[in-house]
Design a protein around this ligand. Structure first.
Ligand SMILES: Cc1cc2nc3c(=O)[nH]c(=O)nc-3n(C[C@H](O)[C@H](O)[C@H](O)COP(=O)(O)OP(=O)(O)OC[C@H]3O[C@@H](n4cnc5c(N)ncnc54)[C@H](O)[C@@H]3O)c2cc1C
Length: 374
């Protein structure tokens, strides 16, 4: 059981979405909270993410939804087509009364970081934690939120996870005349070429992502020799694509990991959260959303006095569906296995034409699923 909140001394490792949101929620409950972050100058690396209704609802609980919405852009549809122009996926969120928000990771980070400061969360920068002995032991709850390559997950659970062979180059660039201001657009050519565009709010930013094999990622970032291919796949974005520079891009790597947290660890007051608990490829765009929901869920467990083991199990259950499905789907969108793209291009429109399946696809994209049947 958690002790009374006033007695609760919390250490959070990692000042990402999961760590900051948890720190804020617990501090607001009256706990003493210290965050350790390895970066000297923290800030997100990367471009835009898509927040869905459950993620936004968690932000509302922290009193931050409006601040984030002001900085983002409403996105109502996912449109995925083949290079020949055939529509493969057309998920209209409005048809299930849902929507999402495209927002720069920097904007989300800034809102959470400032709220933590205002709430009085102590944030220690430049402090890398690779073992529990690195932090003071005057704590009764340790929240491990050090992201997808979590060192503590490896040390404490032996689960390092597997890095995908494929990642992406991504950039957020101004595009004031972007013709699809409320659509997440993707174009696929086979399974080894994918270009995507996500409206990202603030100053009419659009996030561009190009799928790339990691062993070629740095060369692709430097040479930008794929731009011609990208223009061929997405001629509607020619002006934008030709304006891009190598320095606009960051290489994104993904990892699949699932921390098996033992009862012994939770009995020591240790909880894993966010990518440290379940890192996944971003095919379904759920990682940040889950991190926000888990922060809210953990804070509720603390408030209700639940045992830590129960709290940890609840976080795991919430993420299981998306973790498994993202692993299943990734090779259909990012791999160099011959024929995979052609099968996907035939099957996806068929699945989308079956009303019950289509509804499940929409609910998955909207972040509303908690299990295969729920
Ligand atoms: C290309 C791409 C697109 C994505 N798109 C989406 C999307 O559309 N929607 C969505 O919901 N999610 C998306 N995600 C996933 C989302 O970004 C992550 O799931 C989310 O950021 C996880 O948050 P986190 O706080 O768990 O980890 P992180 O944000 O990685 O934060 C971890 C923090 O811990 C710190 N840290 C690491 N090691 C240590 C250490 N030893 N000591 C102290 N501090 C440490 C790091 O510096 C970092 O600040 C995407 C991810 C990628 C790569």
């Amino acid at each position: 059981m958690f002790s009374t909140r006033r007695d609760l001394k919390v250490v959070v490792i990692g000042a990402g979405v999961a760590g900051l949101a948890t720190a804020l929620a617990l501090k607001r409950q009256g706990a003493g909270v210290v965050v350790y972050e390895q970066a000297e100058c923290p800030g997100p690396i990367g471009a835009g993410v898509l927040l869905n209704e459950p993620g936004l609802r968690a932000l509302a609980e922290f009193g931050l939804r409006k601040d984030v919405e002001r900085l983002g852009k409403q996105v109502y549809r996912l449109e995925g087509s083949s290079v020949t122009g055939k529509l493969l996926l057309d998920l209209d969120l409005a048809s299930i009364n849902a929507s999402s928000l495209g927002v720069h990771r920097g904007a989300l980070f800034q809102v959470l970081y400032e709220a933590c400061h205002q709430a009085g969360v102590e944030i220690c920068l430049g402090k890398s934690v690779s073992a529990l002995s690195d932090i003071d032991n005057k704590r009764n709850l340790t929240v491990i939120a050090d992201g997808s390559a979590s060192q503590l997950r490896s040390v404490l659970t032996g689960q390092g996870g597997n890095e995908y062979k494929w990642g992406a180059l991504w950039a957020a660039v101004p595009a004031p005349y972007w013709p699809f201001p409320d659509v997440l657009k993707q174009v696929y050519s086979g399974a080894n070429k994918l270009i995507g565009f996500l409206p990202t709010g603030q100053a009419d930013l659009v996030t561009v992502f190009w799928s790339v094999r990691l062993d070629m990622a740095e060369a692709a970032k430097t040479s930008l020799d794929w731009i011609e291919e990208a223009v061929r796949m997405a001629p509607f974005a020619e002006g934008l694509l030709r304006s891009l520079n190598s320095s606009d891009f960051v290489v994104a790597r993904y990892r699949h990991a699932w921390a098996k947290v033992s009862r012994k660890l939770t009995d020591m007051g240790i909880v894993f959260i966010g990518d440290a608990l379940h890192s996944m490829s971003p095919q379904l765009g759920q990682g940040a959303n889950l991190a926000l929901q888990e922060a809210s869920c953990l804070a509720r467990s603390v408030s209700d006095g639940d045992p830590i083991w129960t709290a940890q199990a609840a976080l795991r259950d919430r993420a299981r569906y998306y973790s498994r499905l993202s692993r299943l789907l990734s090779p259909w969108f990012q791999s160099d296995t011959p024929g995979v793209g052609a099968i996907r291009d035939s099957v996806a429109p068929l699945l989308g034409s079956i009303p019950a399946v289509r509804r499940e696809m929409l609910r998955t994209f909207a972040g509303l699923k908690t299990g295969w049947l729920s």
